[in-house]
Design a binder for this molecule. Structure first.
Ligand SMILES: [Ca+2]
Ligand SMILES: [Ca+2]
Ligand SMILES: [Ca+2]
Length: 408
């Protein structure tokens, strides 16, 4: 969680079956710790099932790390529909904090009042992506059809005003709060999946680079190609393209994933599962070696929920080559960089991958290409900032009988 209470030691946040979050001192935990009401500061709410917790970073810039907790099934006040979802950012946690109707030290993030977005069931701190000195975060809400599932990027603030969301907003920001004068101010962006029931946002992740992040959102039940059902996909979004507005955003700040299909856009890619039923996009892990560089490497989990058909659980390692830092290039949003990446990168694939390999033995495969919508040969060099560089392949996957093992 980072150092929530400012005593120089990091904490961990633990959810329990009562729907409460307990904050524990990570460095003084015994090998086994029985969770009691006095184990540490707690966050709870009557009838509120707090299911997620995340290290939010220092969202309000007071020098102390902040705590995120989320309740996907809760319904925010003022909504007539069920399960808007909500999250809270706590800038201070001591004793027992009640969430719900009352004020909290920090701010609340409301799911849309249209209901059933289940917003906030997943969350990740993404660092300071807009350079204002305040850390930012991303939430996921993996609602069912007719929704696609979604993710929500929320910018940090010193304000304690509630962040409200409305992805259907017209002529108003989809993610907003109010300033001290009561005026509406944008507070982030909303991201939709490709199709109903994709469950985009079931998992969110981030690779923290120097001054920016690669934002990762999983849609384990979706498919980039509808002919490969259940292949799953993951979005990888260069935060600089979100902040700069070079992605095809609506005027209210909504990104439809479908806009990333076909011609590649700078800073956004769809990584497709390599076969039907692999459900790529269940989880993420950062393997980036050099945050100051351009190669962003991460793992995407593909749990293959139904293995009786021979589809095996997998972990895919992906490396994307991001755009060069903006500083030496004064006009990166409009000018092709002229860098040689497009001629050296592999051509994008359709994302469906070689059919047989998806059900074959779980050996590593360097050519099981499933990076999608990136770096096609005929695109301008600048057409895609996070162009695919390497697909390292599948990991060894005998998850059922052996410890997880990385072979590549
Ligand atoms: Ca501490
Ligand atoms: Ca703080
Ligand atoms: Ca920020």
């Amino acid at each position: 969680m980072g150092d929530i209470d400012g005593d120089g030691r990091d904490e961990v946040g633990v959810t329990d079956t009562n729907g409460e979050v307990t904050v524990l001192d990570a460095e003084t935990l015994a090998a086994e710790t029985a969770l009691t009401s006095t184990s540490g500061p707690r966050v709870r709410g009557t009838g509120i099932d707090l299911v997620s917790t995340a290290a939010a970073g220092d969202v309000n810039g007071d020098g102390r790390d902040d705590l995120y907790v989320g309740a996907a099934s809760w319904t925010v006040p003022g909504s007539s529909a069920f399960a808007t979802g909500a999250g809270w950012v706590f800038t201070e946690v001591s004793g027992t904090v009640e969430v719900g109707a009352g004020d909290v030290p920090g701010f609340r993030i409301n799911g849309p009042v249209r209901g059933y977005d289940l917003m906030g069931g997943s969350a990740v701190g993404i660092g300071d992506i807009d350079g204002d000195g305040l850390d930012d975060l991303m939430l996921g809400g993996d609602s069912d059809a007719p929704k696609t599932g979604s993710a929500l990027v929320v910018l940090g603030s010193t304000s304690r005003a509630t962040v409200v969301t409305d992805p259907d907003a017209v002529d108003a920001p989809a993610v907003a709060s109010t300033d001290d004068a009561g005026a509406t101010v944008p507070r982030g962006w909303w991201i939709n999946g490709l199709a109903a029931d994709d469950h985009l946002g079931h998992a969110v992740g981030a690779v923290r680079m120097d001054g920016w992040s690669m934002l990762l959102v999983g849609a384990m039940d979706g498919a980039r190609d509808a002919a490969v059902p259940g292949s799953g996909y993951a979005l990888a979004i260069d935060s600089r393209a979100l902040v700069d507005g070079t992605l095809p955003l609506s005027s209210s700040g909504v990104l439809e994933s479908s806009e990333l299909l076909g011609d590649a856009y700078e800073g956004g890619t769809i990584i497709a599962g390599h076969g039907a039923g692999v459900h790529l996009g269940r989880s993420f892990a950062d393997f980036t070696a050099d945050p100051s560089g351009r190669d962003v490497t991460f793992a995407v989990g593909a749990p293959a929920l139904f293995t009786w058909d021979g589809t095996l659980p997998a972990v895919r390692i992906v490396t994307l080559r991001a755009a060069a830092p903006a500083t030496p290039e004064p006009s990166t949003t409009t000018t092709p960089t002229g860098e040689p990446t497009s001629s050296t990168e592999p051509t994008a694939t359709t994302g469906t991958g070689p059919g047989p390999s998806s059900t074959a033995a779980p050996t590593a495969s360097a050519d099981d290409g499933a990076l999608a919508s990136t770096g096609a040969d005929d695109l301008l060099p600048a057409a895609f900032a996070a162009a695919a560089l390497v697909l390292a392949g599948l990991l060894a996957l005998a998850l059922r009988h052996r410890p997880r093992r990385q072979t590549n």
